[in-house]
Design a binder for this molecule. Sequence first.
Ligand SMILES: Cc1cc2nc3c(=O)[nH]c(=O)nc-3n(C[C@H](O)[C@H](O)[C@H](O)COP(=O)(O)OP(=O)(O)OC[C@H]3O[C@@H](n4cnc5c(N)ncnc54)[C@H](O)[C@@H]3O)c2cc1C
Length: 380
Amino acid sequence: MSDALLSPKHLEIQKKARDFAREYIMPVAKELDATGEYPWDIWKRIVDMGWGCMIAPVEYGGPGLDAVSVGLVTEEFAYACLGVMTAIGSNNLSSYPVLLGGQKELQEKYFKDLLAGKIAAFALTEPGAGCDAAACTTTAEKVGDEYILNGTKCFCTGGGVADYLIIFAVTDPDDRKNKLSCFLVEADRPGVTVGSVEDKLGVRASNTTEIILKDVKIPAMNLLGNEGDGFKMAMKTLDKARPNVAAQAIGGAQRALDEAIEYVKNRIDANGRPLAKNQIVQFKLADMGMKLEGARQLVRHCQVLKDLEIPYTMTAAMAKALSTDVCVEVACDAVEIMGYYGYSKDSIVEKVMRDAKIQQIYEGTNEVQRIVISGQMLRS
Ligand SMILES: Cc1cc2nc3c(=O)[nH]c(=O)nc-3n(C[C@H](O)[C@H](O)[C@H](O)COP(=O)(O)OP(=O)(O)OC[C@H]3O[C@@H](n4cnc5c(N)ncnc54)[C@H](O)[C@@H]3O)c2cc1C
């Protein structure tokens, strides 16, 4: 679906997000990248707009944005800064398990808090459990009407600023298939501490930390879904989140392409002509544009399938892998076309190139996406 096919409602949301991103995110993106500070000012403004949690249901006072709208906002914010979008995206990612398995009372409080500016973080990864999520060793033991959690999570986006943590922990080590369960943990509970803060190559405006859980007691009602549902909940969550990561990659790639186009119009080559008159440069731009537009169509198609509740697991995996691969390729090509300036910290494309890489790794690596895609193709 190209912009020309967007409904008036979607075009309005796109414009609102674009205006906001150009005014408040773009001007500070480089500074946030340099300092690695969390984008608190931007976050407060987003909360004021009512987008503190884009997927919070209307019945809980949220905007209840559909997948196409979330994608459009994500594209625009990511165009301005992939780091800021990664930071604020944690509220969407973390909310899927709450929607999937939270009791009504818990959902009400959680979404009210997020819409008022609280932050949630999704903690699945552990030092010994990345792609193999089932290898988690964090434990949750049921004692009376409480669970007691122990373990260490790592590379948790928003871990150091979060008010709520979505924790995946082992409840039955003997049940290989159903050993994990999913919990909502308030970050101010005794025994929750933030460990090392990661110093990263890119998406530096997002905070990434270890989370250490030592004898953390939570009420049984904080269990999301049933005991043993954890692995399925994690996979369903990542399914739902993939169209958003994919949209983010489209935003980043579009930024790199726009910067490259602007540059070649003004940069003069050895023949005294703008670089844009050089056919090799023209063909490179055309290739970048073709890849980006193809990926965008797949991503938007996937969002529509999601909104129509048509199964989209394979399409989401394709959209995530393709768009994030394209984002890395287009960002690298932009740096190349822009020569020393592209490689310099004075340009924005060097930042897009650094930021782009993580999208191929988090929320399921692109190798894992290829396992999902080929698995579905070879089924039956
Ligand atoms: C900036 C950042 C933010 C993050 N945010 C979060 C977050 O909010 N929450 C969270 O839970 N995690 C988060 N992560 C962790 C991220 O999801 C993991 O890094 C990712 O799942 C991969 O796990 P791993 O790094 O342990 O890689 P590994 O599992 O060790 O894999 C290493 C490489 O081997 C490949 N590989 C592994 N298994 C296979 C296989 N069976 N077949 C083919 N190839 C394979 C992988 O694709 C990868 O290329 C974040 C990471 C970063 C860097």
